[in-house]
Structure formats: structure tokens, C-alpha cells
Design a protein around this ligand. Structure first.
Ligand code: PHE
Length: 342
């Protein structure tokens, strides 16, 4: 009897089977309990020896049950510790984090600088009508400038009643939309995407411009020059910059100037403010009277300046990156190399 129970207890693998064994031995109808009850029919001598033996057996089984129960609990705890083990001294696994694209970053900076100078932000559609993109800006249908814009035309069949549309080739149509909406005086910038069929080191088919427009009763080219110089100093974080105003021609400004910034290209590294190279960063001029008229503003009463800055060019200069195309290839290795991605 003793061997049977002690071996059973030793072999038990969980608390439920231990409880079964306890009931079988020490329960009300357990084997040992029944034997205890039979003590009454024995002679006093028999009763004494058998009773003592049964009591010892009962105590032994009781102790074995308790010990096994404890052992099982210990094993369970040990298993849990093993499976939930956590080494807090291991280095963390870093999570890659997205970062803002350099062009978006520059766009935000440029917007903030002009906002400080009192320019409000305006927007216009990227799919633009022929009229806003060209006609209203004094670019008539036969004007040679239309060819120079390398325009993407929206597909359209002859029966289409809608006016022809293009992917805007510049942000200048936002000049017209803003003047129509607000009249004069007006002071806005219009950042956004523009499109031209062009691709080389410094051109991509999609790129970014910020248009600037200031119309009032006595705004001159001197104001334009000051605004642009202030902008460049703040943007490039230098005490002075050298800008070169080159006489140029845009149908929508008269006079017109293209503006270059002094820079250098040492060892493929672009640097601004010093060196013998010039990088064209913007087109500008005094808004043509015909443009004011097309937008419903009286050119005898108002005048002002406009400019269009190449945002991507600014990003190239600021980060010293000689090839514009890399900005739009989404190559993580390149982005990480320049610190534009984690
Ligand atoms: N729209 C011109 C361009 O894309 C830039 C420009 C804007 C020039 C405003 C003059 C005034 O080249």
C-alpha cells in the first residue's frame, strides 16, 4: 500500500492527479480511511500496532503529497521564468523612422522666410488651363515661349468641349488666380510642383518652384532686389550673398531679370557665396501691364514685381548635391548617405 501511493505521488505530473491520489488514500472512502475504521473490530493489541502503522503511513503519504505539490509549483514557476525571460541588458533594436524629404524641408523654410516678410501663401491646380498657364501671362498661342516650356499636354480629342489643359509649366498661373480672387494690393507666394519635359543633371520632369508676387501703388525693382537679397541671406545663413541680375526676357514681366547666385563646385561639392561659378536660381521682373489687365487690375493704378524661384536648385545648393535627379529616385542608400533618412 505504501509503495503504491508513494510511487504514484512521485510519478504524478500535475495537481489534479495528486488530488486524485489523496482522495483514493485519505479521502472519506479512501483505502487508508477504511482501514482505520476497521480498527474497532480488532483486539486491543492488534489495534495498537496496526493503528500506529496506519497513522505513520497516513503521515508519510500526507508529507509526500505536500512535497510533490511544492515541487510541481516550483517547476511551473521555473518554466514560466524560462519562457518569460527578458535580458534587459541587450541593446535595443532601433526602429527606422521616416524623415522629411530635403525638398519639402527647403519648401517649408522658404515659405517661412517669405511669411516673415508679409507674404501670404496661395495655391493653384497642377493641371492648369492653357489660358492661366499661358494666355493670361501674355504668352499668346503663337508665342515662341510656348515651345520653350517643354509642356506636357493633357490628352483630349477634338470634340472635347472643355478648354485645353496642361500640367502647369510654372507657378506663375497662381499670380493670375490670386489677383482675380483678391485684387490689389496683394503680396503672396505660391509654392508647388511644376512639370516640363526635360531631364539632365539639373533638370527633372517634375520640379518645384515658389512664385512671388507683390502689387501695390509704388512697388519698384529696388524692392524686388531687397526682398531677394534678404531671402538669400536668411536661407543660406550667411551675412551677405552675391546675386547677379542678368537682363532677360519673360513675356509676363517687363523689364525681366534672371538671377544667379555665386557658388563653387570644388571636388563635386557645391558651396554658395564663394567661388567662380554662378547658379541660376530664379526668374523675376516687373509684372507686365497686360498681365495685370488680364487679372482684372488697372495697370495705370497698380504695379509690382514677380519672381519664380527653383526650390530644387536651392536644395542642391544648401545640401551641396550636384545632381538633382538623385532627389527623386527614392534610393534609401542615397538618402541615408546624405542624412535624409534614418
Ligand atoms: N515663370 C518663370 C519660369 O518658370 C519664372 C518667373 C516668375 C519669371 C515670375 C518672372 C517672374 O521660368
Amino acid at each position: 500500500l505504501k509503495a503504491k501511493y508513494l510511487e504514484g505521488i512521485e510519478a504524478a505530473s500535475d495537481e489534479a492527479s495528486l488530488e486524485e491520489l489523496r482522495l483514493a488514500a485519505l479521502g472519506k472512502k479512501g483505502e487508508i480511511s477504511l482501514k482505520m475504521r476497521e480498527l474497532g473490530k480488532m483486539t486491543p493489541e492488534e489495534r495498537q500496532t496496526t493503528g500506529a502503522a496506519l497513522n505513520r503511513l497516513k503521515d508519510e503519504i500526507d508529507a509526500a503529497l505536500r512535497a510533490k505539490k511544492e515541487a510541481l509549483a516550483d517547476a511551473a514557476l521555473e518554466a514560466r521564468l524560462q519562457s518569460e525571460w527578458l535580458d534587459v541588458t541587450l541593446p535595443g533594436r532601433p526602429r527606422r523612422q521616416g524623415t522629411i524629404h530635403p525638398v519639402s524641408q527647403v519648401m517649408d523654410e522658404v515659405t517661412a522666410i517669405f511669411a516673415d516678410m508679409g507674404f501670404a501663401v496661395a495655391e493653384g491646380p497642377q493641371v492648369e488651363s492653357d489660358w492661366y498657364n499661358f494666355d493670361a501671362l501674355n504668352i499668346a498661342p503663337e508665342h515662341p515661349a510656348r515651345q520653350e516650356h517643354d509642356t506636357f499636354f493633357m490628352a483630349r480629342d477634338a470634340a472635347d468641349p472643355r478648354p485645353p489643359h496642361v500640367l502647369r509649366t510654372h507657378t506663375s498661373p497662381v499670380q493670375i488666380r490670386s489677383m482675380q480672387a483678391q485684387g490689389a494690393p496683394i503680396r503672396i507666394i505660391a509654392p508647388g510642383r511644376v512639370y516640363r519635359m526635360d531631364m539632365d543633371q539639373t533638370h527633372t520632369p517634375m520640379f518645384h518652384q515658389v512664385e512671388g508676387l507683390a502689387i501695390g501703388k509704388d512697388i519698384s525693382m529696388a524692392n524686388l532686389k531687397w526682398v531677394l537679397e534678404e531671402f538669400c541671406k536668411t536661407f543660406f545663413e550667411v551675412p551677405s550673398v552675391e546675386l547677379r541680375f542678368r537682363a532677360s526676357h519673360f513675356p509676363f514681366t517687363e523689364p525681366s531679370a534672371e538671377v544667379d547666385i555665386r557658388c563653387s563646385w570644388d571636388n563635386g561639392q557645391l558651396k554658395i557665396g564663394e567661388g567662380n561659378s554662378w547658379m541660376e536660381i530664379l526668374g523675376s521682373g516687373m509684372v507686365h501691364p497686360k498681365v495685370l489687365s488680364a487679372a482684372g487690375i488697372d495697370p495705370n493704378e497698380y504695379q509690382g514685381f514677380a519672381f519664380g524661384i527653383g526650390i530644387d536648385r536651392l536644395a542642391m545648393l544648401k545640401y551641396g548635391i550636384p545632381d538633382l535627379r538623385a532627389f527623386f529616385e527614392s534610393d534609401l542608400r542615397w538618402l541615408r548617405h546624405y542624412g535624409f533618412a534614418a
